[in-house]
Design a protein around this ligand. Structure first.
Ligand code: R5P
Length: 299
């Protein structure tokens, strides 16, 4: 018997349908509403005895989403679920992985502690691993990481003629190399200094011998858009065409689209790890086997 059931947290219904289909697993509804004072009401009309509950909740703009996620996990367990697993295609609070100034909250650790205490396993897509080598450095539950690079590489080669894969900063290097090496494409990584949320300075890479190529900026996260906008400006100054952009997680902060448009960027695509009009790369078929691997490893 296929013991897994897929449950969507509010806003994740379409994503959960795609995942349930890819896993050939049953999809179970969650009734959710808010009381007049804003507190959450949740109900699951199913017996979960001896089933594995797979909760789907992407966690961009996470703060309003956390209480109901924890309540839903407890509810699934109360209803008899054997294991409760979180599928969070975007895993938040990974960037505060260091106390940059005294007194700052190490939110990556606090968040990981809560999730590890609530769930039996975690599946996510390309978490922002910069100072942490793996998720195990902060999460104490088993996890599976889905790599989006093959999907980005597929989009790039299908869409862009003679692509040159460019990373706007050192942190993007891991995705840039994975994308470029998957398809034998040339690549470069630039260096970036950040002075504030919307203020970055990027230095041009060595572009010798790359005339006639079309740059594609690849990064894991698009938030304010400042990184991609400045990188596009630097490439244009070096004589290259305005780049297309392919990112894993399109968070699109408030003014991001204006920032990208002001830099002349017209083509931006991201995965469906986050809901955005630019989310044209469906990851369900890649997430499904990762969920299966996690469940199978637990017996
Ligand atoms: C940096 O650590 C990440 O890889 C991204 O480059 C960064 O989060 C992008 O942020 P923004 O769009 O705000 O420049």
């Amino acid at each position: 018997m296929n013991r897994a059931v897929v449950i969507a947290l509010p806003g994740n219904e379409a994503r959960a349908n795609r995942l349930a289909h890819a896993m050939q697993a049953e999809r179970i509804g969650l009734v959710y509403r808010r009381f007049p004072d804003g507190e959450s009401f949740l109900r699951i009309d199913a017996d979960l005895a001896d089933r594995d509950a797979v909760l789907v909740a992407t966690l961009d703009r996470p703060d309003p989403k956390i209480p109901r996620l924890l309540f839903a996990a407890d509810l699934a367990r109360d209803l008899g679920a054997r294991r409760v697993v979180l599928v969070a295609p975007y895993l938040p609070y990974m960037r505060q992985d260091h106390r940059f100034d005294p007194g700052e909250a190490l939110t990556s650790v606090s968040f990981a502690k809560r999730i590890s205490a609530t769930f039996d396993g975690l599946v996510t897509v390309d978490p922002h691993l910069h100072r942490y080598p793996t998720l195990d450095a902060v999460y104490t539950i088993p996890s599976e990481v889905v790599a989006a690079a093959p999907a980005l590489a597929e989009w790039i080669t299908a869409t862009v003629d003679r692509p040159l894969v460019v990373g706007p900063d050192e942190e993007s290097g891991q995705w840039v190399r994975a994308v470029a090496e998957a398809r034998g494409l040339p690549w470069r990584v630039m260096s970036k200094q950040r002075f504030g949320d919307h203020d970055v300075r990027i230095e041009a890479p060595d572009l010798d011998g790359l005339d006639g190529h079309h740059p594609v900026l690849v990064d894991d996260i698009l938030s304010s858009g400042a990184t991609l906008a400045d990188a596009a400006r630097v490439l244009a100054e070096a004589g290259l065409p305005i780049p297309a952009c392919a990112v894993v997680h399109g968070l699109f902060g408030e003014r991001a689209r204006d920032t990208l448009a002001a830099a002349g960027i017209e083509t931006v695509v991201c995965t469906d790890s986050v809901d955005a009009q630019e989310a044209r790369i469906d990851l369900a078929e890649r997430i499904a086997p990762a969920v299966r691997t996690l469940l199978d490893a637990g017996g």
